[in-house]
Design a protein around this ligand. Structure first.
Ligand code: NDP
Length: 317
């Protein structure tokens, strides 16, 4: 097992929050190491046009935005490396991070490993991500003005997405795999009362049509009770089946909520049994299930970086 010297700070994740933290800690001359994680660039790297990031009045493609932020981080001395942490020891100081066979020691840690949208994992769905298949209504809904679209899921996320998408779509079909809905009564009632939303229960998507055309042309769906298959002609499919926070390595080390998100106080301070863990900060979607926007992720990345600076200053670095 090889070891490297102790770092001032290591950032887990290379999405908007992690890279913003890298810009700030880089400019503070802390030479941050960014471990890029499973999805380099995070969720922005699979988004198309981003129109709500301040400073880009014409919008900017998600991958281009994240590439720019990355360049900015590297310019200030951030080191980016492929790899993800599979185990951590936060009881030791410096903290110990296990990355493959390597052990990395660091005085501070910024956890920005995000949350990944759940997908159906159909090959046709995966092929059409960014071409009519999306997991973010706020990001991509606008592109389907005047079109018919489908939303998958039966929880609050799906209801919220369906209601939001009625601003653009002429019709939204909400497809729930179960007979019953997991959504709260109020959200369900609101969606059911909406004249532009239709409901299909007990229904699963078998295939997204349009792979050859690189554009969603419809869905092949199946009623689970009758076994009957049909084609739903829609121009887009939005997934609203939940997110998975990428926090497994921190189970038992930090306080997580019932769905596995890292609990924070003051936005970015982490705790264990309710007590703050000095030097360990979390930012972005791994601690935010409420806003989940690029700009809020960037904002909390900045906060985490400022906390790192403060911590190191107070500890004589
Ligand atoms: P939930 O876990 O509540 O619901 C997930 C939904 O997706 C269920 O209907 C589930 O179906 C379905 N689903 C899961 N996997 C698949 C799959 N592979 N194929 C098809 N369907 C699938 O997640 P949400 O993201 O909706 O909500 C998470 C939490 O966030 C909840 O506590 C919710 O209340 C909260 N929230 C609150 C909001 C608000 O108040 N405005 C907005 C958004 C979320 P099944 O039931 O069959 O398992």
């Amino acid at each position: 097992m090889s070891e490297i010297t102790t770092r001032d700070t290591v950032i887990l994740g290379s999405g908007c929050s992690g890279l913003t933290a890298a810009i700030y800690t880089g400019r503070a001359n802390l030479k941050p190491l960014v471990l890029e994680g499973h999805e380099p660039g995070g969720q922005l790297s699979i988004t198309t046009l981003v129109e709500n990031f301040p400073g880009w009045p014409e919008g900017i493609q998600g991958p281009e935005l994240i590439e720019n932020i990355k360049k900015q981080a590297v310019k200030f001395g951030a080191e980016l490396r492929m790899g993800h942490v599979h185990a951590v020891d936060l009881t030791k100081h410096p903290f110990e991070l296990h990355v493959g066979k390597e052990v990395i020691h660091t005085r501070t840690l910024i956890i920005a490993s995000g949350a990944s949208a759940r997908w159906l994992n159909l090959p046709s769905e995966q092929a059409l991500i960014g071409h009519g298949v999306s997991s973010c209504a706020t990001c991509d809904g606008f592109f389907f003005s005047g079109k018919e679209i489908a939303v998958i899921g039966g929880g609050d996320s799906a209801m919220e997405e369906a209601l939001f998408l009625t601003r653009f779509a002429t019709k939204v079909t909400l497809i729930n795999r179960s007979e019953n809905f997991r959504a709260s009564k109020i959200m369900l009632e609101r969606a059911m009362a909406h004249p532009q939303i239709e409901f299909l229960s007990n229904t699963v998507v078998e295939e997204v049509l349009g792979v050859d055309e690189k554009d969603v042309k419809g869905l092949r769906i199946k009623n689970r009770a009758s076994g009957e298959e049909s084609i739903l002609p829609v121009s887009a499919m939005f997934l609203g089946i939940g997110h998975e926070p990428n926090a497994r390595a921190f189970t038992g080390m930090l306080d997580l909520d019932e769905d596995g998100y890292i609990k924070t106080t003051n936005n970015v301070l982490t705790t264990k049994d309710g007590v703050i863990i000095p030097g360990v900060f979390a930012c972005g979607d791994i601690q935010d299930r409420r806003y989940r926007q690029a700009i809020t992720a960037a904002g909390s990345g900045c906060m985490a970086a400022l906390e790192v600076e403060k911590y190191l200053e107070e500890h004589g670095r």
